[in-house]
Every structure is written in structure tokens, then in C-alpha cells.
Ligand binder design. Structure first.
Ligand code: SF4
Ligand code: SF4
Length: 99
């Protein structure tokens, strides 16, 4: 599955990477691979900004704005069994969130 092109906030600094493979292990969408003992992003558009890679990168080589947006809302909705909501309510027209 791909998300909006070039929209992911995922940022990766190869200079800090130790090649520990944690990002490869935890990413649900195979965004990272290891090549020449360092991580490489295969396709940033597959990133759903869950934040697992950044949380598990002890070298601090990865940053991502996790827990925001529709991907997070959908996941939270699945986990809680409730309706997905990302807090995008307009509050004016009475419409529900964009998710
Ligand atoms: S978790 Fe961090 S240090 Fe480990 S391979 Fe991935 S980017 Fe490199
Ligand atoms: S934020 Fe989640 S989906 Fe994106 S690269 Fe990291 S682990 Fe993979």
C-alpha cells in the first residue's frame, strides 16, 4: 500500500546509522532495507508514519512525525474498535472528521 506521494515526514540520516537492522525488523511496510551495512529507504511513499522505526533506532538516525494524520487515526480506530478520527473536525458545520 502506498500513501500520498512525497507527503511522509520520514527523515533518515545515513551518517548516524549503525546497521543494527531494527528499522527493517519493525517497519510494517518494508520501507527500509540494509545495504552495505546501512539502512536505505526503498520507497518513502509506503511509510504510514507509525513511528516504530524512529522509536527503535538507538542511533537517532530516523525521525518521523508519528501519531498525526489519517494513517494514525485509522490505526487507532482499529485498535480501539471505534471510529477513526484524526481531530480534523471543522467544528463549524457539524461535519465529522475527514477520516
Ligand atoms: S534502526 Fe537506525 S541504526 Fe539501526 S539500521 Fe535502522 S537507521 Fe540504522
Ligand atoms: S514510520 Fe512506520 S511505516 Fe514509516 S518507515 Fe517507520 S516503521 Fe515504517
Amino acid at each position: 500500500m502506498k500513501y500520498l506521494a512525497k507527503a511522509a515526514t520520514l527523515d533518515y540520516d545515513a551518517g548516524k546509522c549503525t546497521g543494527c537492522r531494527m528499522c527493517v525488523e519493525v517497519c510494517p511496510h518494508q520501507v527500509f532495507v540494509i545495504e552495505n551495512r546501512r539502512a536505505r529507504i526503498t520507497d518513502i511513499d509506503r511509510c504510514m508514519e507509525c513511528g516504530a522505526c524512529a522509536l527503535n533506532c538507538e542511533a537517532g538516525a530516523i525521525s518521523v512525525d508519528a501519531g498525526v494524520g489519517c494513517a494514525s487515526a485509522i490505526i487507532n480506530g482499529m485498535l480501539t474498535g471505534g471510529e477513526p478520527t484524526c481531530g480534523c473536525d471543522s467544528g463549524e458545520s457539524g461535519s465529522s472528521s475527514c477520516c
